[in-house]
Design a protein around this ligand. Structure first.
Ligand code: HEC
Length: 143
């Protein structure tokens, strides 16, 4: 009885170790590959738009959190029901919206359009965040 138990535990241990062994080795291999890839990347001619990409990523997050539930992820807007009220957020990707000046965007975002259900973001987003989100709309949604 005890002997069988020991054999059982031993073989379970062997199976366990085998199962673990490979993924661990793979992880090490992957890590090595990643490091190698990074190494060759940094050897490439210095890419400068890194800061821009970061800014855009930050602005995308602001847009996703603060705007997309009404204007949609892709900016096209359209009727939505929010808190039991149907509102009709503008399509931010139209020619009309492409022509509208940054200053006007900033005013609309700061002050909102309370009667129509567009909230005011003054005090909720910083001036820089508002500028970044306008840039995001220009670069990513109106391209
Ligand atoms: C709660 C829903 C809601 C959220 C959140 C929201 N909006 Fe709006 N937005 C609206 C509605 C509704 C209108 C349309 C108002 C109207 O009919 O004139 C609008 C209008 C606008 C306009 C004016 C368009 C025009 O035709 O002049 C801009 C610009 C705008 N939104 C940008 C944004 C940005 C940027 C964000 C995120 C920071 C945002 N909105 C968040 C509902 C929303």
């Amino acid at each position: 009885m005890n002997f069988l138990k020991a054999v059982f535990i031993l073989s379970a241990l062997v199976i366990f170790l085998n199962a673990c062994g490979d993924p661990a080795k793979n992880a090490v291999d992957n890590a090595a590959n990643t490091t190698a890839a990074h190494g060759s990347n940094s050897a490439a001619p210095a890419p400068s738009p890194a800061a821009t990409a970061d800014q855009l990523a930050a602005a995308r997050e602001i847009y996703t959190i603060s705007c997309s539930n009404c204007h949609k992820e892709d900016g096209t807007g359209g009727k939505v029901e929010i808190l039991g009220k149907t509102i009709d957020p503008d399509d931010l990707t139209t020619d009309k919206m492409k022509k509208m000046s940054d200053e006007k965007y900033i005013k609309y975002i700061e002050n909102g359009i309370p009667d129509e259900g567009m909230p005011a973001f003054k005090g909720k987003l910083t001036d820089q965040q508002i500028k970044d989100v306008v840039r995001y709309i220009r670069v990513e949604l109106q391209k």
